[in-house]
Design a binder for this molecule. Sequence first.
Ligand code: PLP
Length: 391
Amino acid sequence: MSKYSWFTDSIQNLQDEGFYNTPRIIDSPIGAEILIGGKKYLNFASNNYLGFANDPRLIRAAKSAIEKYGIGPAAVRTIAGTTTLHQELEKRLAEFKKVDDVVVFQSGFTANLAVIPTIAVEGDLIFSDELNHASIIDACRLSKAEVVRYLHLNSSDLEEKLKKAKNIGKKIIVTDGVFSMDGDIAPLPELAKLAQKYEALLIVDDAHGEGVLGKNGRGVVDHFGLHGKVDIEVGTLSKAFGVVGGFAGGKKEIIAWLRQRARPFLFSSALTIPDTAAAIEAVKILSSSDKPVKKLWENTKFFKSELKKLKFDIGTSTTPIIPLMIGDEKKAKEVSRELFERGLFSVAITYPTVAKGKARIRLMNSAAHSKSQVKKAVETISAVGKLFGVI
Ligand SMILES: *Cc1c(COP(=O)(O)O)cnc(C)c1O
């Protein structure tokens, strides 16, 4: 026994159960096609909804910002890390999202860690959808509030639980806007009604709705026309916006409080210069054009209808996330491997990320794909699906 045996044993267990992760190494920009091991693959695995991860306009904006401001902020926001770029990004995001104010963080994960423990304190109750993202779960654990999980998307279960609540502190409802494994959308209008009726704060994490749903990609709140009815929108800059970063937007007194007390804002350095500048460019593009969002949805509709024609089960998604349902864990991995062999990069999502027996291939649409690339993907999936008896 050495002090490292816990690690070797745990790793061995993962390997035995087939859960040991070895990522593919990408040697090109993230786009419709990527290079892996010197070979070209059609990419249906990235969260690059609008193709911004390698957009020349974002690259130009990042380059010229680097020329002017350098690379790193070299401080946390509250000491010496707030540049005019951070200020501009927050202002533009607030206008785009139609909220009073926005505060930017280093990632979407960090944004949840910043928002939830700062708002939910001892004596408060957090009501959390059972399938919420890991960063929400961790953020809830970091707070001293009690957490009540409600059934996925189930507003009557939530109401039962709100009714029973006897706490004297705040009530806080938190949900993903779009759930990343199934592509289903939270019943936000009903949640907003319940939040009003039971005087609860409502937080929505719009990571997969940003740049995807609503007018010009304003997100899930805009999609449902609920401006002013959701107290805090947590967002990411790392998916549709094409860079890395996160933010929270909402009522000015809430954002003001986060700027005073959110620990990742106080104790972790500011977003980098290139990320900030490229994110500003992404917001500018979306504010003035609906073209990238339209293209994303065109591709999505075409891809989904072709897969349905072939009788694939594509679950309950109402967004550009397509879960190609396989069921068996081992089979899903084999299908994914065969797709890869044939030049299509997509990942198998299996237990414990989703329930046992619900393994699937997750296909991520992007405005970067051309119609012929989507057609090619359909052909490959059809051939592999037949080979494995999926259809
Ligand atoms: C991806 C995701 C995050 C994390 O965002 P990053 O910017 O990658 O840290 C947070 N919440 C949800 C719901 C997500 O899907």
